[in-house]
Every structure is written in structure tokens, then in C-alpha cells.
Design a protein around this ligand. Structure first.
Ligand SMILES: CC(C)(COP(=O)(O)OP(=O)(O)OC[C@H]1O[C@@H](n2cnc3c(N)ncnc32)[C@H](O)[C@@H]1OP(=O)(O)O)[C@@H](O)C(=O)NCCC(=O)NCCS
Length: 230
């Protein structure tokens, strides 16, 4: 799993197909997000399998807009990626062990939207936590988006189907369980006001080495190879 900011990126890591796509993007913010996401994804893939060089592989949108990995050496590996405010994070995984990822910054300007997205049950959960309500609502949101990515449906799904039913602390992570998708859980990491969620199979263990105090340090290094305990 890797994180890169757009500032640290260039286009050299892009495959020809990705450069063509980038060239069609008119908005600077979207271009920066796209680059940050590709950087993070390629770093994650390189960590998992032997690819000759980042520009030899590509990520293209599938029919549901999900990232589809291609290129030499990528085998059975797939990717989930996210970007927010020009920060990208991604996780590469074996297709036999799918994962979804989401990254958000707790943003007071979105507080109304995030709170109105809570179900009554989730509202009850957040009220029982000794946590800043905005941070809690953002954590729930990232958990749901990570599940929506895992399912490949994005936010086209009725959000109530992504509902979170339980929340507890597990080491450095918050572990959130879903009401309807009981085979999956979200592991959410809070670093300052950033929230990173991984949606993984319920029995998957994710090890995180001692976490430094900033997202940059936490995610710029390989934070946690996702390992299945099945
Ligand atoms: C997927 C979605 C939840 C992402 O949320 P977001 O917070 O705006 O954006 P994030 O930065 O977290 O994630 C964006 C990445 O998610 C990935 N993604 C997009 N759609 C996806 C899907 N259906 N499944 C899995 N991953 C998806 C992409 O890699 C995208 O980055 P890229 O466009 O640079 O490659 C949201 O964009 C969405 O709901 N999209 C609609 C998808 C849809 O309707 N698909 C059906 C079309 S027929």
C-alpha cells in the first residue's frame, strides 16, 4: 500500500495508454489526482510483483470505472486506488483475495453531508464513541466507499446496503463491520485528520508496523502488505 502526493510525481511512470488519457483531462485537479493515484498504484504493484518498470504497466478504467491492471508480470494482481486533495493511496492484491480502499480528509465543509449520510444505527454508534463527530462520520464514510469499491459498484448502490453495524478498536486500526455484507470488514486508520479505510475479507489480518504521526510518513513507506488468514 503506498501513498504519493502529486507534487512528488511526474508523468514518466505512465504507460502510453495512460498518457493519452491524461492528455484528455482538462482540469488540473483531476490531472493531479490521476497522477497521484497512478503513482501510488504502481508503487503498490511493484511491491507485490516483478514488473520491469512502472511505465510498462497500465491501469485503465473497466466498464464500471474500476481500475483494471495490465502489462507484463502483473499476472493475477489487481489494484484498488483512491485520491483526495492530490494525495493518492492504493493497495495491490492477488485477485483471489480482493480488497477495496478509500482515503478522505475530515473536512468541516462536508460535515453536513457526512452526518446526513449516517443511518440511525450509525448515529448511535458515533454518539457512543469518544471521538470528534466529524472524524467518526468521515471514518464511516471511508468504510462505505471502500466497500463500494470492493463491490465495484461505486456509489451507484443504495447507501443503506453499505451500513456499518459495529465499531471497535483493533491495535492501530478501527475495525468496522457491515450490517449486510458480513463477509467483509473495514479497517480504518486515522492519521491526523486523514482517514484511510481498507475493506478486506472478515478473517484477513493486516499488520501495521509502528505508525508515525503523519499520513505522509505512514503511507509513503510500505505500510502493510495485506496478508490473508483464511
Ligand atoms: C467509485 C467512487 C465511489 C469513488 O469515489 P471518490 O471518493 O470520488 O474517489 P476516490 O478517489 O476515492 O476513488 C477514485 C478511484 O476509484 C476507482 N473506481 C472508480 N469506479 C470504481 C468502481 N466502480 N469500483 C472500484 N473502483 C472504482 C478508480 O480507480 C478511481 O480513480 P481513477 O478514476 O483515477 O482511476 C465514485 O467515483 C463513484 O461512485 N463512481 C461511480 C462509478 C459508477 O457509477 N460506475 C458505473 C458506471 S456504468
Amino acid at each position: 500500500m503506498c501513498r504519493y502526493s502529486a507534487q512528488s510525481t511526474g508523468e514518466a511512470i505512465l504507460h502510453r495508454r495512460e498518457r493519452q488519457r491524461l492528455a484528455r483531462m482538462r482540469h488540473e485537479r483531476r490531472r493531479a489526482d490521476y497522477l497521484a493515484g497512478r503513482w501510488a498504484a504502481k508503487a503498490a504493484v511493484t511491491h507485490l510483483c516483478a514488473v520491469p518498470e512502472p511505465a510498462a504497466i497500465w491501469l485503465e478504467p473497466g466498464v464500471l470505472h474500476q481500475p483494471v491492471l495490465g502489462g507484463p508480470g502483473t499476472g493475477d494482481v489487481a489494484v484498488s486506488l483512491t485520491h483526495s486533495q492530490q494525495v493518492g493511496a492504493a493497495v495491490a492484491f492477488d485477485v483471489a483475495h480482493p480488497v477495496g480502499i478509500d482515503l478522505e480528509r475530515a473536512d468541516p465543509l462536508r460535515a453536513g453531508t457526512l452526518h446526513s449520510a449516517l443511518t440511525p444505527g450509525e448515529g448511535e454508534i458515533t454518539r457512543g464513541l469518544r471521538l470528534d463527530p466529524l472524524l467518526a462520520a468521515t471514518a464511516l464514510w471511508t468504510a462505505k466507499e471502500a466497500l463500494a469499491k470492493f463491490l465495484r459498484v461505486g456509489l451507484s448502490i443504495d447507501m443503506s446496503l453499505l451500513e456499518v453495524a459495529a465499531w471497535r478498536t483493533e491495535g492501530e486500526w478501527w475495525r468496522l463491520e457491515y450490517r449486510h455484507v458480513v463477509s467483509m470488514k473495514a479497517l480504518v486508520l486515522a492519521v491526523d485528520d486523514w482517514l484511510l479505510a481498507l475493506c478486506v475479507p472478515i478473517r484477513t489480518a493486516v499488520s501495521a508496523p509502528g505508525l508515525p504521526g503523519s499520513l505522509s510518513a505512514a503511507l509513503a513507506c510500505d505500510l502493510a502488505p495485506v496478508g490473508a488468514v483464511l
